[in-house]
Structures are given as structure tokens and as C-alpha cells.
Design a protein around this ligand. Sequence first.
Ligand code: ZN
Length: 340
Amino acid sequence: MDSNKEGGCWYVGLSKLDRLVEDSLVLANTGVRAINDYGGSDTPEATRIIDSFFKPQLIQELYQIRIQFSKVRDWLKDGGPVNDRQHNEARLFCDDSWAEKKKLHDNAVDAELNGLNDLYGNPIQVMDIPGVLGDLQAKSEQLGILPNQLAVYLNLNTRSYFVDQKYGLSSIYYGFCENSEMHGMTIHWTGAGYSSLTICPSAFGQGRRWRRWEYQDLDSTLLQPVPLSKVAQNPFDPALQDIATLRPSVYVFFHELFHLVLGSESTYPDGGEFYDTGSILGAHFSQAIRNPESFVRLAIGYERTRKVPPDANGHRVEFFTGYATQGYDVLEPLPVPSAK
Ligand SMILES: [Zn+2]
């Protein structure tokens, strides 16, 4: 907390970290509430957004969504084990600088960061550490990329080496936060028995080295809803407000909490996570239930639906089409949800 070194959160600050936790709790509660509101005659908005983002066919599937939200909520309130209850410790980082990129011919270090020597007093290199070359091979097969697109990193917390993609330039300081599409990462360090949640500076909408930022509340984005018929007329109209553009500061942190608390098994759909609104709307239940972004969008959208007062006709702002809509200006009524 007192520096930015090794992934430190000084630039975020304690009060903003507290707000991340508070806002995550609000969103997790909103997710639970959406499920409870499903099928209610006075909350058709809940039914519409859940049907559209998750497509549950059975009551048990609805409950599965609620269970995931509840687990995240309960962990925020009470703490306890993470990674599907397999790790007792979670560590928060606000940058990727807890890892240093190494070259295979660099001299290796031990847990005290002293150079390692062999029996003859010669320095041991990174590539000679047991497991490193095997890990490189395994990772390249797993990701389907060449070993030279990978790098070996030293985790400054565990003082152990791990293999990941070679992000950014060759500088030792460039890690995954250098990737413009990467705003956070959760890793379960099975050997070390803890899980790390890293938020990148870009998660707060700031460039890598620009560390001044304003906290964006859950209601910070100005909503510009259109009548439902507008979306039906032209779903590619650039004037439509995509739910993906609602990005309060808590966005990335809340997403990573699903990976952290629920573990990898339940938070990676086959074929990988999907983030864009079209893919979320097109996903089947079996994919959505393992896709953190589907939960994040549902909670952020339904939170705004609930909090913004309805218009004179009683229509609320909704996001079930993937865009902000409010009411309709065609003769057909909105779909009437049926309780499942
Ligand atoms: Zn993710």
C-alpha cells in the first residue's frame, strides 16, 4: 500500500480500494436480486435481461446463476478461502510489476534472491532450473504459439519462476498489463497455496504510466436510451449505447473476483472467455454460466435499470438487447415474460 513497487497499490489508495469493494458488493447483491425478481409481474426487466444474457431453461439453472453471485458476495462480506475454497489466501496487486521477465541465459536466483551456483561454483542459469524448459514446451502447446513467443518470469512474491506470454518489449518490466486488451488477471498459485488478483492501471481507464485517475461510480455513465423499435430497425446504428460502454471503476475488479472466488473450473467457458456484447447475447446457458463477463454485464445493467426512475409511461431503462433502451414506439408490446 505504501508504494507502487512489485504491484503495490499506492497509486490507487486505500479509500478507492474500499470503494471497489463496496461497489462490488452492490453489484453482487444486484445480481442476486435480479434472480429473485425473475418472473415477478412488476419486474419484467429482470426476466428480460436474464433470459437474454443467460437463457436459463430450468429453475435449477436460475439458481446456479444466483449461487455464483452469492459466493462472490459472501466472500466480500466474510472473506474466507478462494479458488473454489482450495486456497486460504488472496493477494491483491495493482500492476504486473510483481513479476520480472527473465532471459533463459540469465543467472537464476534462490528464495533469498541470491545467485544459484552448481557444485563447481558455476552460476546456474534460468533454463537450468528444473521444470522451466518443460513448462515452456507445455505452455506453447497449450496456447498454440511458438516457444519464442513465451518468456520466463520471476514471481517476486514466491521467488519462483513461471512461464507466460512475452508481453510488450523485451524489458524486464513489461508484463501482461502491457497488453492493451488485458486489464486484470487472476492466477491461482497452486504450489504456493495462494491466489493473486492483479488489476492493471488500464483498468481505471488510464495509460500505463499515468497514475492519476478519478473514481467512476456505478452511475457515472450518462445513459442515452432509445425506444426499442430503434434497435429493431438497425442494430448496427452507431448511435445506440452498447452496455459494454458502461465501465465504472469497479468493472475489472468485479470481473476478476469471479475468477478469484469461484476458481478456474467454473469461470472459463470451453473455447475461452468472451467479452463483446454480441457474443454474450449469442451464448447458451452452459457457456454463459462460466463466463464472468456475462455476470458483470447483467449486474451493471440491472443496477442501472433499478436505480434510474422510470419515464412517464412507467418504462425503465433496460439493456436486454445489449443496448440502452427505454419503452418502445411501435404497436407491439414488449415481450411478456413467463415465470419458469
Ligand atoms: Zn476473465
